[in-house]
Design a protein around this ligand. Structure first.
Ligand code: SAM
Length: 220
């Protein structure tokens, strides 16, 4: 099956199950105009995060890796009016674009964009969060899941994006820091008794990748 077909199927799924959304379209347009890379989740993946947040009944969400706030909008829209989302972003320009996008989406009342390397801002946070979405620098993924656990409760859902890396995750010899970081993540999650997890491979408009889904199964 070709990449062209993955893209066409993603468009089909998007047309049927996601639909037109001027707020999200504007967020992507302004992110592009500001020179941000198009490494946001795809629309059907954003909707998937939205559904997971609803299924979890989440009131407090943590996101690591904001970019222009595209996934943030999907997550925050699933929160009740008194819900809170904290999103961590290292790049001040990305954070500025995201803040403008969230303001236009009418979500700034429930979203806090924290600027700085996540490993510096995470110690300032107070849990528990009900859902954590990890989508920042891949070499730090193991540390981010460690922090997610520290800021969790029994039942917290943890999602990590981009864990298949075009299939290269099975190769210990790539010398690619993102692949090596992802492999450390799997080794950690596999041996952490407070987590139960799976990972799912995905294809589509964002290529061949996948996500890890974990639930905290113990009091932390
Ligand atoms: N979640 C976003 C979405 O789907 O719309 C995409 C996030 S993008 C893949 C990764 C983001 O993580 C970038 O904006 C990058 O600047 C940010 N980032 C990279 N290293 C970081 C770090 N150490 N701490 C916080 N954010 C970081």
């Amino acid at each position: 099956m070709s990449e062209q077909q993955w893209n066409a199927v993603d468009r089909y799924l998007g047309e049927h199950l996601v639909g037109a959304d001027p707020v999200l379209d504007d967020a992507l347009r302004d992110s592009d105009a500001a020179g941000l890379p198009a490494i946001n989740v795809a629309p059907n993946q954003g909707k998937f995060l939205h559904l997971l947040t609803l299924i979890a009944g989440a009131r407090r969400v943590l996101e690591i890796g904001t970019l222009g706030g595209y996934s943030t909008i999907w997550l925050a829209r699933a929160l009740p009016a008194d819900g809170r989302l904290v999103t961590l972003e290292a790049d001040p320009t990305h954070a500025e674009v995201a803040t403008a996008n969230l303001r236009r989406a009418g979500l700034l009342d429930r979203v806090d964009v924290k600027v700085g390397p996540a490993l510096d801002t995470l110690p300032q946070l107070e849990g528990p969060f009900d859902l954590v979405f990890i989508d920042a620098d891949k070499p730090s993924n193991r540390d981010y899941v460690g922090w997610a656990l520290r800021l969790a409760r029994r039942g917290t859902v943890i999602v990590v994006d981009n864990v298949v890396r075009g299939g290269r995750v099975i190769d210990a010899t790539t010398g690619d820091a993102a692949v090596d970081g992802t492999r450390r993540l799997f080794e950690y999650v596999a041996t952490e008794p407070r987590l139960t997890a799976t990972a799912v491979q995905t294809v589509g408009g964002k290529g061949y990748d996948g996500f890890l889904l974990a639930v905290v199964t113990a009091d932390v």
